[in-house]
Design a protein around this ligand. Structure first.
Ligand code: ZN
Length: 188
């Protein structure tokens, strides 16, 4: 049976932003996921945003009925947002692609990007609803890689303008998703 994104634990730059990890010189915290089966997984996160920003992850994977501890370090890359601030991306440890989401697939020990795991990018739901955030983030991730120049004859290039519109949309959707998740975690 082919692994789908739904079977994996997902770690996204959005999660890091939501927990306000980024923008600090060094911060630590954790994320807990609830599986469709009801089980829980958690991961310890340390973000170091100095000259070589990276995120250190510690978690366990089930192996032979036991919880096996794993540690990994993932580099972070940043791109400037047009309207101020920076956007952080994970650098996939296996293929060095700049991505917004990393996955821990069943039976695997490390987080990798969807390209490395051969995952289709269809329903990237966040607990059933993402308001369009993950698909938009995926499009931005792709477009961002293809923009070669920002200006042409003193004007923004068409591709860059397209990217700005999408960047705006991702920022908006991210705010919507944060307030949705906050409402949900307060129990309604
Ligand atoms: Zn990869």
């Amino acid at each position: 049976m082919k692994t789908t994104a739904e079977d994996c634990l997902k770690l996204s730059v959005f999660d890091l932003n939501r927990l306000s990890f980024l923008g600090w010189t060094c911060s630590a915290g954790g994320i807990t996921w609830t599986h469709p089966s009801g089980g829980k997984s958690s991961i310890g996160i340390v973000v170091e945003s100095g000259d070589w920003p990276c995120v250190r992850l510690s978690y366990t994977v089930p192996r032979n009925g036991q919880a096996r501890p794993c540690d990994d370090s993932v580099d972070l890359d940043q791109t400037a947002c047009h309207f101020g601030g920076v956007r952080y991306w994970f650098v996939c440890p296996a293929c060095s692609r700049r991505v917004g989401v990393l996955y821990l697939a069943p039976g695997h020990d490390y987080f990798r990007c969807r390209h490395c795991l051969g995952l289709a990018y269809e329903s990237q739901n966040y607990r059933g609803w993402d308001g369009g955030y993950y698909p938009a983030l995926a499009r931005l991730e792709k477009l961002e890689r293809t923009v070669k120049r920002y200006f042409w004859r003193g004007r923004y290039t068409r591709k860059y303008r397209k990217m700005l519109v999408l960047e705006n949309r991702v920022n908006r959707l991210s705010k919507t998703l944060i307030s949705f998740l906050d409402r949900q975690s307060k129990g309604n």
